[in-house]
Design a protein around this ligand. Sequence first.
Ligand SMILES: Cc1cc2nc3c(=O)[nH]c(=O)nc-3n(C[C@H](O)[C@H](O)[C@H](O)COP(=O)(O)OP(=O)(O)OC[C@H]3O[C@@H](n4cnc5c(N)ncnc54)[C@H](O)[C@@H]3O)c2cc1C
Length: 278
Amino acid sequence: MIPAAFEYEKVKTVDEALAALSDSDTKILAGGHSLIPAMKLRLNRPAKLVDIGGITALKDIKEQDGEIVIGAAATHADIMYHNLIKKHLPLFAEGAATIGDLQVRNHGTIGGSLAHADPAADWPAMVLAADAVIELKSSNGRRRIPATEFFTGLFSTALQPNEIITEIRIPVPPDGTKSTYQKFVQPASRFALAACAVMRFTDGRTNIAFTGVAENAFRDGGAEQAIAGKALDDASIKAAVNAALQGVSVLGDHYASVPYRMHLAKVYLKKALHKVGA
Ligand SMILES: Cc1cc2nc3c(=O)[nH]c(=O)nc-3n(C[C@H](O)[C@H](O)[C@H](O)COP(=O)(O)OP(=O)(O)OC[C@H]3O[C@@H](n4cnc5c(N)ncnc54)[C@H](O)[C@@H]3O)c2cc1C
């Protein structure tokens, strides 16, 4: 399939990208692994693409002021193999390794994945569990938005058309924090049929986020509450699993019916809690 004709501009700085975005009907191109397929299917027909792949500053991964800062154009593979990530955010290395295949991991970016907000994408659950903050820039300035307020629905986010995601900032988890990403993979695409990201802190807090389950990734406050401050044993894990997904409108499709997807999500939560509790 061939996309509709479009203009293409490759920029070297965020300011150039923002200037280009002021043209109407212009979209950012990062790894192109979600946008280009959508354009080929003519689900998306931007008049112009602004390629941010040449902005080296957006690929940085660093530690700054007690936070891990990941540039929006860092690829899944950049993140997965980075020493800072392996040391401080093993959740991200574990989860990134489950994304697509080698080509997808080498081209797709964290910023593109968050902006696209596919209901089955992996990064949304990971950034939610890690208490990440997403930094957005527009020609009017900069704003930071917690991941918990970023995902607003099916392929929908708080990102405005004139904004670019520049960074994802994650507080460095305290020593002793345990985490895991447990995913039931759709075998053709490797997207999540249901997946669960968990971070368990030494003070007894547990962050639990799901993706693949509803219209957008979400933190499960009911499950978190059920185990807050409790030792992770069979009884507390059972209570958390029972409390999970209350009030969530679970998706059903030809890959998984509503009851099956709900069952999968709970099974993967149970696996995740046993893993961080071990
Ligand atoms: C075969 C295949 C398998 C895949 N499997 C998985 C999987 O298992 N798990 C998973 O999570 N994903 C999977 N993906 C999706 C992949 O991770 C994409 O790379 C990702 O969703 C989008 O990132 P991108 O850099 O390619 O973004 P693009 O496709 O370039 O852009 C996607 C959208 O985000 C916008 N955008 C991009 N960057 C920014 C930015 N910095 N600021 C604002 N807007 C921006 C674009 O304008 C566009 O609307 C798969 C894709 C393919 C093709």
